[in-house]
Design a protein around this ligand. Structure first.
Ligand code: ADQ
Length: 735
């Protein structure tokens, strides 16, 4: 039995020892008294028997004044060992006979002697006293036996104590083990198992705990399905109510505010990033710290000595901590391992991932640098840390080792591939182990969660609870959940005259007011299916030549990762294909494709969304795709048609979109035709339904659900820690 359980048992053993000791103390004098009495009674009975046998010879000897006549019977009694000595006294108190050996002090007056019991018996004849028979009995054996008896009694008590305490320690040990394991398994949601394993006397409590957990899960489900709108205020009150006072740190590669040096001055730029849109409200609500790569040319010039900057600059609400990378580090960690390795690995877009050891080394080193930054920024030992995206797969484990009590939430913004595809990565185990440092790991869809669990199952020794979606690994528990990301619902600007708005937009493109317009908005990335979109348009014109010159695609493509050759080639191919198609229909009244390879600001994008008839999202693989949701949110006229690739996370939510397989050119062309000819009534029905969903399931809900789950896991972790502490208290008290 491990020593630590003695600690628990001591709570029972020490009182037992005290009670048994007190009991023994109280019992010993009583037992002494009783045994003395028994021995005395025994001696007296013996002396009576001897007196009965010797009183006749004594009487005869006293009558005949021949004391020597008692010698024989007296000595025979002495030989029997019952008496120590005899004496015979006459009526004058003279000792007329004494046995040999006799205590020197024995005479007719002595009544007591140390270690000797003296008894006198009157010898008479017809009522006349003739003398006295004195008997001396040895009482020293009584003391000896009493001591022996006391010793046996103490040994009996000690034995009793040892047996009872050993038994109770074992019983406590087994009970404790089964209680703790029942509680632990219950807390890790293995409720059925917990009920079966729990000892009978513990079952009512297991039932209560189980009911509590079921209630928590039900509450969680309700919150997930709740149609009520999530707002920044609701997120703020959630942070206040559920995570009162807890420190929040966000880590992402992209920073929310970039300072650029222009010829005239330093300008502030907001990156076009779904991630920034999603995380900013959380930071504003909780005044935490956001750690990100300082990538702007004037970033170093705008921070303080600790690389801190209060943002938003006009109304500071939280702290931005910038982390610096050299060009070589950025090349290896960001462009190399993240975007040439992990990005194509996770997207099935038929671009081969490239893995180089030098990139991996930079990736490890930069993850370490961000871990150091997190440790430096953390003011408490249990902050909530929100880690964003595939640039930081190793970070959770690194932080977990330094801040074991932290709640680590990671959101993986891109898809997670199947185990076979992921197996290509030479550092797959390291990446998976890094990710299992998280308390909570979020993906856009249940399908990505399933792929991740299966990948873990394939490559690491862990215990996976598929039903609960948890992974136990080296004493840590990671919860894997889907959290579909979204956008902030925009302010509804009703003052705009949409007819004029659309007219003005078309005038800028030099097309008639009635010209049908499809819109594509993407980062210039091979996963977005821009080439496939162009081919579908080309096919549409082949199938429906009546649309040539009356229908165009406006493609806004933000340059992205242009340092990489793959992206440079893509840009060249996109430009070449657009030009080729435009040349094919060069005689038409309007170009088939308006290609704008540039970054638009939010206002410009909203204008595009509102002025178009169709939005085309043809990603070959996409975690979610926020453009689809931005288009829906911008359409307060409830018109417009969304064509959406079935390989986007958004397709799981936006069922009223025209879903297509972007690899199938005909399907793309047919969807374009269906969209351009869709009656307004049908457009409105579809759009209304999608708008309601995007409005309700917005970015505040995305962040809110993750933080609610984090709060729940935090409570569970604290309860587990308490149980753990109790189970170790015994150890500490014993040691
Ligand atoms: P991205 O691959 O960048 O995001 P997406 O979700 O469409 O894809 O977000 C792109 C953002 O950039 C949108 O907010 C869009 O408005 C903006 N943008 C695109 N083109 C632009 C342009 N030309 N000018 C200005 N802004 C432009 C990754 C994953 C996605 C996931 C998001 C969020 O690949 O699957 O939806 O993260 O998790």
């Amino acid at each position: 039995m491990p020593l630590r359980f003695l600690g628990v048992s001591l709570r029972f053993i020490l009182p037992l020892a005290l009670i048994l000791g007190l009991f023994a103390l109280a019992l010993l004098p009583l037992v002494d008294e009783l045994t003395q009495r028994w021995f005395l009674r025994d001696l007296k009975t013996r002396s009576q028997m001897v007196v009965a046998a010797l009183s006749e010879p004594a009487r005869v000897a006293l009558l005949s004044r021949d004391a020597v006549s008692v010698r024989l019977p007296f000595e025979s009694a002495l030989r029997n060992g019952q008496v120590l000595a005899f004496g015979l006294c006459d009526t004058n108190g003279r000792l007329v006979y004494r046995s040999d050996p006799t205590p020197r002090t024995l005479d007719c007056q002595t009544k007591t002697d140390s270690g000797v019991l003296v008894t006198e018996t009157v010898i008479e004849q017809d009522g006349i006293m003739l003398g006295k028979l004195i008997l001396a009995q040895d009482t020293r054996f009584m003391e000896k036996r009493s001591t022996e008896f006391r010793r046996y009694l103490i040994i009996a008590f000690v034995l009793m104590f040892v047996v009872i305490s050993t038994l109770s320690a074992w019983i406590t040990h087994w009970n404790w083990l089964s209680w703790v394991s029942s509680l632990k398994s219950l807390l890790s949601r293995e409720t059925g198992k917990a009920i079966k394993q729990a000892p009978p006397e513990f079952r009512p409590l297991v039932g209560d705990l189980r009911a509590m957990i079921i209630e928590m899960n039900r509450e969680r489900q309700l919150q997930r399905q709740s149609p009520q709108s999530w707002t920044p205020e609701k997120l703020r009150s959630l942070l206040h109510d559920e995570l009162a006072g807890d420190e929040i740190i966000v880590v992402s590669n992209r920073e929310p505010y970039i300072h650029e040096q222009t010829e005239q001055a330093i300008v502030l730029r907001r990156p076009a990033s779904g991630l920034v849109t999603a995380v900013e409200p959380v930071m504003r609500a909780c005044s935490g710290t956001w750690i990100a790569h300082g990538s702007g040319s004037a970033d170093r010039a705008t921070v303080d000595a600790n690389d801190h900057l209060r943002v938003p600059p006009k109304h500071p609400e939280y702290t931005l901590r910038r982390v610096w990378l050299s060009d070589a580090e950025e090349m290896g960690y960001y462009y190399g391992f993240s975007n040439e390795g992990l990005w194509p690995l996770c997207h099935m877009a038929h671009v081969r991932p490239v893995f180089r050891t030098s990139d991996w080394e930079h990736y490890v080193a930069i993850n370490h640098r961000f871990a150091e930054a997190v440790i430096t920024e953390a003011r408490t030992d249990d902050p909530i840390i929100l880690i964003q995206d595939y640039h930081f797969a190793l970070l959770p484990r690194m932080i977990r080792e330094r801040l074991p009590k932290a709640t680590l939430i990671m959101f993986w913004h891109i898809p997670w591939p199947n185990p076979e595809s992921f197996g290509i990565c030479p550092w797959r185990e390291e990446i998976l182990q890094g990710l299992l440092g998280n308390t909570l790991l979020g993906f856009h869809t249940p399908f990505h969660c399933k792929n991740f669990l299966e990948t873990i199952d394939r490559y690491l020794e862990t215990r996976i609870e598929y039903e609960a979606s948890t992974i136990s690994h080296g004493g840590d528990l990671t919860q894997v959940e889907p959290y579909p990301i979204s956008i902030a619902w925009p302010e509804n600007d009703r003052s705009i005259d949409l007819v004029q708005y659309r007219k003005a937009f078309r005038q800028e493109l030099h097309v008639p007011d009635t010209h049908a317009l499809a819109l594509g908005v993407d980062r210039l990335d091979y996963t977005k299916g821009i080439l496939e979109r162009f081919h579908a348009l080309d096919r549409l014109f082949e199938l429906h030549p009546e649309l040539i010159g009356k229908f165009s695609l406006l493609q806004i493509a933000a340059p992205s990762r242009s340092t990489l050759e793959e992206y440079q080639n893509l840009e060249a191919r996109v430009r070449a294909l657009a030009m080729a198609i435009n040349q094919r229909y060069a005689n038409a009244e309007a170009p088939a494709i308006f290609l704008r390879v540039e970054h638009y600001d939010a206002e410009q994008l909203t204008r595009c969304y509102r002025s178009s008839d169709i939005c085309v999202v043809t990603s070959l693989h996409d975690g979610m795709n926020l453009v689809a949701k931005e288009f829906i949110a911008a359409r307060n006229d409830e018109l417009g048609v969304l064509i959406l690739s079935q390989f986007t996370g958004a397709a799981r939510e936006l069922h009223e979109a025209l879903l297509i397989n972007p690899y199938h050119v005909e399907q793309g062309a047919q969807a374009l035709y269906r969209a351009v000819t869709m009656p307004e009534l049908e457009q409105k029905e579809r759009m209304r339904s999608m708008r309601q969903r995007v409005k309700d399931f917005n970015v505040y809900r995305w962040a809110g659900l993750m933080l609610l789950d984090a709060a729940r896991l935090r409570r569970r972790q604290r309860t587990s820690e308490k149980i753990h502490l109790h189970s170790h208290q015994g150890c500490r008290s014993t040691l």
